[in-house]
Each structure stands twice: as structure tokens, then as C-alpha cells.
Ligand binder design. Structure first.
Ligand code: NAD
Length: 485
């Protein structure tokens, strides 16, 4: 085992969970055992919540300009430890080193945004009638929880850590049991940056601990990022316990390619979008709709896909079950009559025979009713459908229950605007394959890709992590004033 057994992080210290039940943490790159992660108990969660509750009064009363000083230091520490964090991310998640570097750089950007929060939450004040002022202030919620998936071991935790904590909350983080190492390193850096003990805590585990978070009476808000199936469970359970909840789910993102799209740029974008992070991105292109004759562009996409080499510029998928699931989808599409133009099944990387790799896969002549057209595959696979018109393409996109992202490739501005207006997704790209809004713009999908109000990052997250206090003040001594005047 490369690393020592993982511990929880409670009240500024790494501590053992009160259980012997653990899961192995396996590197998808080569199948080697990295560590073990504890399946914490309700008592462990309770300790973390108590620590967070104890830290809350002082932290929430610290002026925000002072609170964000921690994040200026944290940003510098992320940069200083970029290589170590990126290596850890690749080891536990399987993505390429370059992708991991980009992930940590995104953590830096997310932290930069948090340092700007004092400029954004100044509240409002107005003399509403003679001598009477109304004023709003953003107050922190208290103890909040963040439950995260496996596909971005550092970035998704950093969607919530800097903003929620800079806004005065204390946090319980529940990392994915598949990639629990990176969060431990983040905890070390937060402590080194000067975050007071108890403000950030980690409780490892899986289903049981997530359920305990949703039920805990002293947790005020729960953010969740993961599959739609679990997002629904968490949203229902947390809100039925009267908590604020924002639950981001899975995705099936459609790219619409029009005949006037620039072939080389489009092909590169489509191939990169479907294969980046081995297709394990909620923003990955998963379905492409060719409108009219785009055969030449499809040929180029295949050319680009063939340049993507597992173990070199393509990482591994998270585990054996994922590899089997992805290959099952490809088999099914083939059986149903689709044509596999580039086939990533049965991929082995020399010297890493126990790694779980799937090569880039391009499937053409997919019908909208096939499972590869409708369901989230979460692998480096693109399913190509064909339509005669943009409206038919939009009908396919609109009919899908997800709604994270959609993109269009065209040189026609009017057509692009039409697609922006009619696609049923929260994030739209025009000639951009992975339309992730950068800070200060917020991140969040529509439909079954997100449950709850608001978005998880950027300015929109301020509403989720705070509550408004409204005060009405009169300081003049006059009696009988009609304050409605
Ligand atoms: P997952 O839903 O299996 O797990 C997410 C978290 O929920 C983990 O911490 C896990 O321990 C916990 N969990 C798993 N099963 C549970 C259950 N039955 N009850 C309670 N908790 C449970 O997701 P994953 O496989 O880790 O991540 C991949 C998924 O996340 C994909 O569907 C992807 O699209 C989605 N995702 C979405 C976004 C977004 O912004 N919408 C971002 C990243 C990932």
C-alpha cells in the first residue's frame, strides 16, 4: 500500500474513524492499492459536526475581509503544491497528469473568486421613508455539508470549500470513497493557510454517512454533486429534513454540428470534449447530432480520435465496473445496428495491464431510441445521430431528461442564437465543446442535471451559502411619523 490508511479530519487533526470497516483505494492506472478509506459511523459525523458548531461563532463573526485572507494564502499554497496535488489526482482518479494540472489550476481560479467575495456581498441600504432605512446583509448558515463525486477529486470539493467557508460557514466534506486522498491534502493546505480548527472537517464513507448527513439535525445545508440517481435521493432526504439543498446530477450533453462548421476546429473540439478526463466529465460531449451532410467533419473526428492514445493522452476510467459498463453500451449499440467507426473496447496499456482503460470510441448511425443516445455513458464515447433540420436536432436534445450542457458548431450567428434560445440545458457552447462558465459566472445545469435553486459556483452560490437579514431602522426621535410616507 503506497500511502498510510486514510483518516478523517476533525477539528484540525487527522483522526481514526470509529470503525474497522474500510474500502480499498485502487489506482485506475495500474490497479495498485494506494490506501484504505474508513467507512465512518454516525458517531464520527457527530464529532465533526460538534467541532464545526464550536468553531462557527468565532468564524462567522470574523469580518469577511479577514476570512478571505486565509484563501489568499490557500491559493498560493495550491500553486506551490500543484505538482504534488496533480500527481495525487492522477494516481487516484486515473486522469492524465496534464488534466490533473488543469484541475488544480481550476482550484486556483475558484479560490480567486472566493477572495473577491467581500466586493460582491456588500448588501443594500436605502432610506425607504423619512429617517427610516432598510438594509440587507448576508448571514452565514452555520454548519454545512458538501458531498462530492469521484471525477474531480480536487476541483469539485473546491467548488464549495472557498465560497461556503469565506462566507462564514463551517463545513463537513464527504469525499468520494473512490478518490479520498486529494481532500486530505486540501485539508492540510487549509490548515497551513491559517483556517481555524473545526471550520473544515472531512468525514469519509459512502451511503451510510451521506444518509447521516441528510438526517443530522445540526447541519443546515447540503450540497451534492454526483449521479442523478443519488442527487434525487439526497435532495429528497435533505429537504424532507428541512435543510437547504442543491444537488447536481448526471448529464447527457449534445453537440449539434451544422454543415457550415469549421471542420478542423470542430473535429478537434468534439474529440477533446468526448475524451477529456476519459469522458468522465459531466460536461463531456456524449451525443453529437449532425444536421445535414457533415460526413467530412465526421471523418475528421475519427482522425482526431485515433490520435488519442490510452495511457498517453487518454487516462483510465475509474474502475473495472466502469470499463465493463462503457463496453456494454458499445456492444449494445453495435447489436442494435449502429456503426462503430473508432473502437475503444478491449484496450490494454502495455506495462499497465491491470489499468482500466477504454479507448476513444466513435459510434455513427445511432438512433435516438438507442441507450447510447439517451443514457449517460461516462466514458470516452460519442454517439452520432443525424437529422435533416436544426429543429429535429433540438427535439432530440429537448427530449433528453438531463440538461447540463449543449453546444453548437456553426458559423451562422443567427442559427447559434436560435439554438441558445431553444436548447434545454443550463450551459450552452457556441463553437466550444466543453462550455464550463469561468468565474465569476456560475456553474449549474437544468432539468435532471440539477435539483434545487441557484448554481453551485460563482455569484449564484452566494445565495445558497447565506441567508438574508433584513433590518428596518429609525434613529430620529420624532413620534407620529408615517413611515410609509
Ligand atoms: P455517485 O452519485 O455514485 O456518488 C456521488 C457521492 O454520493 C459519493 O460521495 C458517494 O459516496 C455518494 N453515494 C453513492 N451512492 C449513494 C447512495 N445510494 N446514497 C447516498 N450516497 C451515495 O457519483 P460518482 O460516480 O462518484 O460521480 C459520477 C457522476 O457525477 C456522474 O453522473 C456525473 O455526471 C456526475 N457529476 C455531475 C456534475 C455536475 O456538475 N452536474 C459534476 C461532476 C460529476
Amino acid at each position: 500500500m503506497k500511502y498510510k490508511a486514510i483518516q478523517n479530519f476533525i477539528n484540525g487533526r487527522f483522526v481514526n474513524a470509529g470503525t474497522d470497516k474500510t474500502m480499498d483505494v485502487i489506482s485506475p492506472i495500474d490497479g495498485n492499492l494506494l490506501s484504505t478509506v474508513p467507512m465512518s459511523t454516525n458517531a464520527d459525523l457527530d464529532k465533526a459536526v460538534k467541532a464545526a458548531q464550536a468553531a462557527f461563532p468565532a468564524w462567522s463573526k470574523t469580518p469577511i475581509k479577514e476570512r478571505v485572507q486565509v484563501f489568499f494564502k490557500y491559493k498560493t499554497l495550491l500553486e506551490k503544491h500543484l505538482k504534488e496535488l496533480a500527481e495525487l489526482c492522477s494516481e487516484e482518479n486515473g486522469k492524465t497528469y496534464g488534466e490533473s494540472v488543469a484541475e488544480i489550476e481550476k482550484c486556483v481560479e475558484l479560490t480567486e473568486f472566493a477572495t473577491s467575495l467581500p466586493q460582491l456581498i456588500t448588501g443594500e441600504i436605502l432610506e425607504v421613508s423619512r429617517g427610516v432605512e432598510c438594509r440587507t446583509e448576508h448571514a452565514p448558515l452555520g454548519v454545512v455539508a458538501s458531498i462530492v463525486p469521484f471525477n474531480f477529486p480536487s476541483m469539485v470539493p473546491n467548488w464549495t470549500i472557498p465560497n461556503a467557508i469565506a462566507l462564514g460557514n463551517c463545513m463537513i466534506m464527504k469525499p468520494s470513497e473512490k478518490v479520498p486522498l486529494s481532500c486530505g491534502k486540501l485539508a492540510e493546505l487549509l490548515k497551513e493557510a491559517g483556517l481555524p480548527d473545526g471550520v473544515f472537517n472531512i468525514v469519509h464513507g459512502d451511503v451510510e454517512i451521506v444518509e447521516a448527513i441528510c438526517d443530522h439535525p445540526n447541519i443546515e445545508a447540503v450540497s451534492f454533486v454526483g449521479s442523478t440517481k443519488v442527487a434525487k435521493i439526497v435532495y429528497k432526504r435533505a429537504t424532507s429534513n428541512f435543510k437547504r439543498c442543491l444537488a447536481l446530477g448526471g448529464a447527457k450533453n449534445h453537440l449539434m454540428v451544422l454543415p457550415d462548421a469549421i471542420p478542423a476546429m470542430t473535429a478537434q473540439n468534439v474529440a477533446a470534449s468526448m475524451s477529456g478526463c476519459a469522458g468522465q466529465r459531466c460536461m463531456a460531449a456524449s451525443a453529437m447530432i449532425g444536421v445535414g451532410n457533415v460526413d467530412a467533419i465526421i471523418d475528421k473526428i475519427c482522425e482526431e480520435a485515433r490520435k488519442i492514445i490510452p495511457g498517453e493522452n487518454l487516462g483510465a476510467v475509474i474502475n473495472k465496473e466502469s470499463k465493463e459498463r462503457i463496453e456494454r453500451y458499445i456492444n449494445e449499440a453495435e447489436k442494435d445496428g449502429a456503426k462503430i467507426l473508432v473502437d475503444g473496447r478491449n484496450t490494454k496499456v502495455k506495462g499497465k495491464e491491470n489499468g482500466t482503460y477504454v479507448g476513444p470510441t466513435v459510434i455513427d448511425f445511432v438512433k435516438p431510441e438507442m441507450s447510447v443516445a439517451k443514457e449517460e455513458i461516462f466514458g470516452p464515447v460519442i454517439s452520432i445521430m443525424r437529422t435533416k433540420t436544426v429543429d429535429e436536432a433540438l427535439a432530440i436534445e429537448n427530449a433528453n431528461p438531463y440538461g447540463n450542457a449543449a453546444s453548437v458548431f456553426t458559423q451562422n450567428g443567427g442559427m447559434a442564437r436560435y439554438i441558445i434560445d431553444h436548447a434545454s440545458a443550463g450551459m450552452i457552447g457556441v463553437n466550444v465543446g466543453v462550455p464550463v462558465p469561468r468565474e465569476p459566472f456560475s456553474f449549474g445545469g437544468w432539468n435532471e442535471s440539477k435539483f434545487g435553486v441557484g448554481d453551485i459556483t460563482g455569484k449564484s452560490s452566494i445565495e445558497f451559502w447565506t441567508k438574508l437579514k433584513k433590518s428596518t431602522t429609525k434613529w430620529n426621535a420624532e413620534a407620529g411619523i408615517n413611515w410609509m410616507s
